[in-house]
Ligand binder design. Structure first.
Ligand code: ZN
Length: 293
C-alpha cells in the first residue's frame, strides 16, 4: 500500500475492458478502502467480467479486517486477511492480539496479515514494527494460517526474522515484491511465495523487476492489484488517472507474463493454482481440523 490518493471512479471504457484467458485470483485487494464504498457492486461485477473471480481482501488493522470479513460473507469468491500493517505497529497491544485470534477462527479469514516491516517510511519505529510482526508470526503459527507480508527497504532484517520462524509457519507470501535480485533469492531460498503487482509497469522505479520475474518458479508466484493503490503507469491513455481496481489485473498479468517469456494464459493458470493452494481456498475450513495440515 502507499499513500497515493485514488482518483474518482469512472466506468471502464468498453474498448478497454481486459479479459483474462483463465480465471484469476487477486491476492491483494484493499476493497475496504473508502474509495470503494460508493461502487462496490459494480467493481465486483467488472472484476468478474474480466475473469478475476476470486479476491483476497486485505485487512490492515482490526477495523478493516472486520470489514473485510463482513464483505467476504456477503459476496461469493471473496476472502479476508486479518493483521496489523507495519505503519500501525505502534498500536499493537495484547487486546489487539486477542481480537485477531478471534477473527482467525472464521473460515473466511485465510491468512494472517498484512503485517511486516517498512523501514522506508517508519511510521512506527523499527522496534515497534518487529514486535508486532513477531507477535503476528506467533499467531500464524498457532492458527496454522499462512502469512501475508509487507516489506519495504527491510529485506535483510525480514529474511533473518523469517529464517528463525520458517519451520513454525506454514506458508509465507511477500506481497508487492519490489526489491532486488539478492533479496528475491534470499526469499526463494526460504521457500517463500512472491506476490507481484503493477509495480513492474512503473518506468520510474519498477523496471528492474523485468529482469527478475523469470527467476520466480510458477508455483511460488501470485498476482495482485494492491488496489486502490499502485495503478499501473503504462495503462492506455484513456485509463490514466483513474482509481485502480481488480478488473485491471489482467493488464498486470500480461506485463509480467511478457517478461517471463510465457503466455498470459499460462501465468493466469499457474498463479491462480498457486493462490488456491497457498490460501487453502478449496479446503473446507469450517470442518474441524480442515485446512490446518
Ligand atoms: Zn503492502
Amino acid at each position: 500500500m502507499s499513500n497515493a490518493v485514488p482518483s474518482p471512479t469512472e466506468l471502464l471504457p468498453e474498448a478497454l475492458r481486459f479479459t483474462s484467458p483463465a480465471p484469476l485470483v487477486d491476492i491483494g485487494a484493499n476493497l475496504t478502502h473508502e474509495s470503494f464504498t460508493q461502487d462496490l457492486e459494480p467493481t465486483l461485477t467488472r472484476a468478474r467480467d474480466a475473469g478475476v473471480e476470486t479476491l483476497i481482501i486485505t485487512g490492515t488493522d482490526i477495523e478493516h479486517a472486520r470489514q473485510a470479513v463482513a464483505l467476504s460473507r456477503q459476496h461469493d469468491g471473496l476472502y479476508a486477511t486479518a493483521g496489523v500493517h507495519p505503519h500501525d505497529a505502534s498500536g499493537w497491544t495484547p487486546q489487539v492480539a486477542a481480537a485477531m485470534a478471534e477473527l482467525y477462527r472464521d473460515p473466511l479469514v485465510v491468512a494472517v496479515g498484512e503485517c511486516g516491516l517498512d523501514f522506508n517510511r517508519n511510521f512506527s519505529t523499527p522496534q515497534q514494527q518487529e514486535h508486532a510482526f513477531e507477535a503476528q508470526l506467533a499467531l500464524a503459527a498457532d492458527n496454522g494460517l499462512p502469512l501475508f507480508v509487507h516489506e519495504r527497504d527491510a529485506g535483510a532484517r525480514m529474511s533473518s526474522i523469517l529464517r528463525a520462524w520458517r519451520d513454525d509457519v506454514r506458508q509465507v507470501v511477500v506481497h508487492c515484491f519490489t526489491a532486488d535480485r539478492e533479496t528475491l533469492h534470499r526469499y526463494l531460498d526460504l521457500d517463500l511465495h512472491i506476490g507481484l503487482t503493477g509495480w513492474i509497469c512503473d518506468e520510474r522505479r519498477g523496471h528492474h523487476l523485468r529482469e527478475l520475474v523469470a527467476d520466480i518458479p510458477g508455483n511460488r508466484l501470485m498476482v495482485e492489484t494492491d488496489c486502490p493503490y499502485l495503478l499501473p503507469r503504462n495503462l492506455p491513455a484513456k485509463l490514466k488517472g483513474r482509481r485502480h481496481e481488480p478488473a485491471l489485473l489482467p493488464w498486470i498479468v500480461r506485463e509480467i507474463a511478457h517478461w517471463r517469456d510465457e503466455s498470459e494464459a499460462q501465468l493466469a493458470a499457474s498463479s491462480s493454482a498457486t493462490a488456491r493452494e497457498f490460501f487453502a481456498l478449496d479446503t473446507d475450513r469450517s470442518q474441524p481440523g480442515g485446512g490446518s495440515d
